[in-house]
Design a protein around this ligand. Structure first.
Ligand code: FES
Length: 116
């Protein structure tokens, strides 16, 4: 039987979910209504950028896809992409709550060019 881990969704009022060890972070968020933003679920869009505030040592290895959206200093600060991250122990996770279209902090906004 798998050990259970506890995931605390800090940006969702501290909601706590339990899941089997080695669960995918985004998958748990979806199942338990954790609230981590996402679009593609497949490591492409970067929307699921989140920060492991506690328990970074309880996450698995950084995937190549994450390196396209996050810089080395982001990883050092605990940022991961939830859809690419598996948890091996208790973690507490936060993210930037956006009321708009799921814009992720740190990415450049679409540029509207005015033509005359
Ligand atoms: S949801 Fe698109 S990269 Fe994770």
């Amino acid at each position: 039987m798998n050990a259970m881990v506890q995931i605390t969704f800090l940006s969702n009022g501290g909601l706590i979910a339990t899941a089997p060890e080695n669960s995918n972070l985004l998958r748990v968020s979806l199942k338990e209504k954790g609230g981590i933003p996402f679009k593609c679920g497949g490591g492409l869009c970067g929307t699921c950028k989140c920060r492991i505030e506690e328990g970074l040592e309880h996450t698995d290895a950084i995937k190549p896809k994450e390196r396209k959206h996050l810089r080395p200093e982001d990883f050092e600060a605990g940022y991961r992409m939830a859809c690419q991250t598996f948890v091996t122990g208790d973690v507490k996770v936060s993210w930037v709550v956006q009321n708009g279209k799921g814009v992720v902090a740190g990415t450049s906004a679409d540029r509207v060019e005015a033509s005359t």
